[in-house]
Design a protein around this ligand. Structure first.
Ligand SMILES: [Zn+2]
Length: 95
């Protein structure tokens, strides 16, 4: 298969993906590659409503979120995004 290594512009995660998939993601995010988790999070930002009204705003919001989680070593980016998604969908549980 025609596979290429790409690095997420947001969290820096490296992934091996097919060229077709890479160009599709880049097309969706204005020539920027985002990993699966970050694309999910950006879409979530877009769904949030009026504060973020376009794709660029949503990407900017998620990138600053990613940078915040990166400076906090206790929480990985993936965990941070998962928690954020869970919190927003109201499924977070405290045990
Ligand atoms: Zn990412």
């Amino acid at each position: 298969m025609d596979v290429e290594s790409v690095k997420c512009k947001c969290c820096g995660l490296k992934e091996e993906c097919t060229k077709g998939y890479i160009s599709q993601v880049k097309f969706n995010f204005e020539d920027t590659w985002l990993c699966g988790l970050c694309s999910e999070a950006v879409h979530e930002e877009l769904r949030r409503g009026p504060s973020v009204c376009d794709l660029k705003g949503a990407m900017r919001a998620h990138m600053s979120f990613c940078q915040q989680t990166r400076v906090s070593p206790a929480m990985g980016v993936a965990d941070g995004v998962r928690q954020m998604l869970r919190r927003r969908s109201g499924e977070i549980k405290f045990d």
